[in-house]
Write a protein that binds this ligand. Structure first.
Ligand SMILES: [Zn+2]
Length: 300
């Protein structure tokens, strides 16, 4: 498992229910995110934790792992050497040269492998046809600072529940602005708990509160970090837009969609933006501010 994104791990509870003997191989954070999800399905997988630089013989395969940078920490590429040749599977990756955790896509090691010979390269990027380079993740922070400086009431930020570095920046800006933060949405609470416990997400204890406890804090001192950035109907943000959530959007609230608009989700996302706007929220999204950068490398 190259990384912990939902489109890479979401099917595991269903697969493992059929075949609980299949071992899971992945990095520390990837496995922790999966295991937290599997607990909810009462499944305890056989896991093998690996990290960049490791080599493992697994059955007839010899595997070597490489660091890759992506929109979730701890991503790995894997080179699989078989009797028939060597396969390099990059997983999802980008080439941010200034990532928050300083962990770059390890091109020198991949180049060294290339010199030995790669028979099959499995590589893809949703931005493969986009010229240029993806903006640094850390370039979002000044934009968030502007949004926070302009906000007079509550701030609600929706993001993927696994985007640790995006949420780290939201928390950092919240701390600077003297706001307290809470996580809303089951997967957000679960994943950020895991990321914090393992040290991938850092925040002072007094910054993060329980969402219910945040009710006692003045609106202009709060930030809610929630799920639903893709307009998923059951996620927190959609339910807020529909007035079907205990968090009621009020005029003057600022809602930030710090997220992409995944093709196919446009209608659902725009429905959420419309709903939030109708309740009087100021909605900030990637079309009106640079509050998102892609997790996938451009063509260069
Ligand atoms: Zn991914």
């Amino acid at each position: 498992l190259t990384h912990g994104h939902e489109d890479h791990i979401g099917g595991l509870p269903y697969l493992l229910r059929e075949r609980p003997d299949i071992p899971l191989i992945g990095s520390r954070l990837t496995l922790a995110l999966i295991e937290a999800k599997l607990v909810e399905h009462r499944l305890r997988p056989h896991s093998l934790q690996v990290k960049e630089g490791d080599e493992q013989t697994i059955g007839p395969f010899s595997c070597r792992f490489y660091a890759v940078n992506h929109s979730i920490p701890d991503g790995l590429a894997v080179a699989i050497t078989t009797g028939a040749g060597t396969v390099l599977h990059t997983g999802d990756f980008k080439m941010d040269q200034l990532p928050l955790d300083g962990r770059l896509t390890d091109l020198p090691s991949v180049a060294a492998l290339g010199a030995q010979g790669i028979d099959l390269l499995l590589i893809d990027s949703t931005n493969a046809e986009v010229p240029g380079f993806v903006t640094h993740e850390r370039d979002i922070k000044p934009v968030l600072e502007q949004v926070f400086a302009a906000a007079r009431k509550r701030i609600i930020v929706a993001s993927f529940a696994s985007h640790v570095h995006r949420i780290q920046q939201v928390l950092d800006v919240a701390a600077q602005a003297g706001r307290r933060a809470a996580f809303v949405g089951r997967s957000m609470v679960r994943n950020m708990g895991v990321a914090r416990e393992l040290g991938y997400l850092t925040a002072p204890d007094d910054l993060i509160m329980d969402a219910k406890a945040l009710n006692g804090v003045p609106d202009d001192r709060t930030v809610l970090v929630c799920t639903g950035s893709q307009g998923e109907p059951m996620a927190a943000l959609s339910r807020m837009a529909n007035r079907d959530h205990q968090i009621r959007i009020e005029p003057g609230d600022t809602v930030v969609l710090a997220s992409s608009m995944i093709p196919g989700n446009e209608t659902a996302i725009n429905r959420v933006i419309n709903g939030l706007t109708r309740w009087g929220a100021n909605v900030v999204h990637k079309e009106n501010a640079r509050v998102h950068v892609s997790g996938h490398a451009s063509a260069g």
